[in-house]
Design a binder for this molecule. Structure first.
Ligand code: SF4
Length: 318
């Protein structure tokens, strides 16, 4: 079968082996970023429509997943903005209902989460990675060149609301363009904004391949490290060799479990509900934490409770 909407699977440092799902035609986007690797946006829009038939996408997924391939994520991404597709929630639900063993990731520019209905549609995703390159209109307009319907402050409010409503993992990606969003003023407002959104992790990157505009340059690694330190607990993405062990999604999940257990002992079912994970996944992370001597169990009337081991020493990952 020739796939029109699926691509990969692509090996990715962040996501492992990821099958891509592209729900919109090439360069249909709410933004026209100066650094976009896919060229200029040819359909700049905020209109959510069924750009490609949902039935065709699910048929391709059925065909591909019939052989039960080993994948770390099924990821909505591509050369446009996936949240523009009005059937995004339907496809996520379809995957979650029919292929619950696969984890779903959404790579998005985050501009449409002002829409309450869209925020509801994505709640079942396991991981959402919105980008946010600027917190002030001036830099946002210069870097992202948005559709005229969009407003920087409203987009940020949308991301804050999403964080409140969404229980899965949220990683905000910031792409640094020297001279535009790396000024001290811009970084200060970006830091305040990120503190308001409270993602699980911030990732900092810069131009990796030729962008849409020739004048766009990559930020030096040293500068990116400075920015990552300033923003606090941010990690670098891109072509750099990390000096320190980079957080993986697995470590993030372990940290979420540890943070929950620090507040109170929990059963597998408590953790499953609190963190929107499947019981098998919770058990896998708990086994890992137990083997590292970080947690212990206690049997009570309601079942086996997991709690922080009193003697546990903090490790690099927690
Ligand atoms: S949001 Fe993504 S696809 Fe859209 S223009 Fe920016 S980089 Fe390109």
């Amino acid at each position: 079968m020739k796939y029109h909407y699926l691509f990969g699977p692509v090996p990715s440092r962040r996501l492992g082996l990821s099958l891509g799902v592209d729900l919109v035609p090439h360069k249909t986007c709410t933004l026209n970023c100066v650094y976009c690797e896919c060229g200029k946006t040819t359909n700049l829009t905020t209109a959510r429509e069924e750009y490609v038939p949902v039935g065709d996408v699910t048929a391709e997924l059925d065909h591909y997943l019939a052989s039960e391939p080993d994948l770390d994520y099924i990821t909505f991404s591509g050369s446009g903005e996936p949240t523009l597709h009005s059937g995004l929630g339907t496809v996520i639900d379809y995957l979650k209902d029919n292929y619950p063993d696969y984890k779903v990731c959404l790579l998005t520019n985050g501009t449409l989460f002002t829409d309450t209905a869209l925020r509801k549609e994505v709640l079942r995703a396991d991981l959402i990675i919105p980008s946010l390159d600027a917190a002030c209109s001036e830099a946002f307009n210069q870097v992202n060149r948005p559709d005229e319907e969009l407003n920087c402050d409203e987009i940020i409010e949308g991301l804050v609301s999403l964080r409140h409503e969404y229980k899965g993992l949220m990683i905000i990606e910031v792409l640094i363009i020297p001279g535009i969003n790396d000024t001290s003023e811009e970084l200060k407002s970006l830091k305040e904004t990120l503190e308001k959104i409270k993602p699980d992790l911030i990732q900092i990157g810069t131009l990796d391949r030729p962008g849409t505009e020739e004048w766009v340059e990559a930020a030096p690694e040293e500068k990116l490290r400075e920015i990552a330190d300033y923003l606090g607990s941010a990690e670098l993405i891109g072509t750099f060799k990390p000096e320190h062990k980079t957080s993986s999604i697995r470590d993030l999940q372990n940290n979420r479990i540890l943070n929950t257990l620090r507040r109170r002992p929990c059963t597998v079912s408590d953790l499953q509900q609190a963190l929107s994970l499947r019981p098998a996944e919770v058990q896998k992370y708990l086994n890992l934490l137990q083997s590292r001597g970080l947690i212990e169990t206690e049997k009570k009337e309601r079942g086996t409770f997991f709690k922080i081991k009193v003697t546990a020493q903090p490790t690099e990952e927690n």
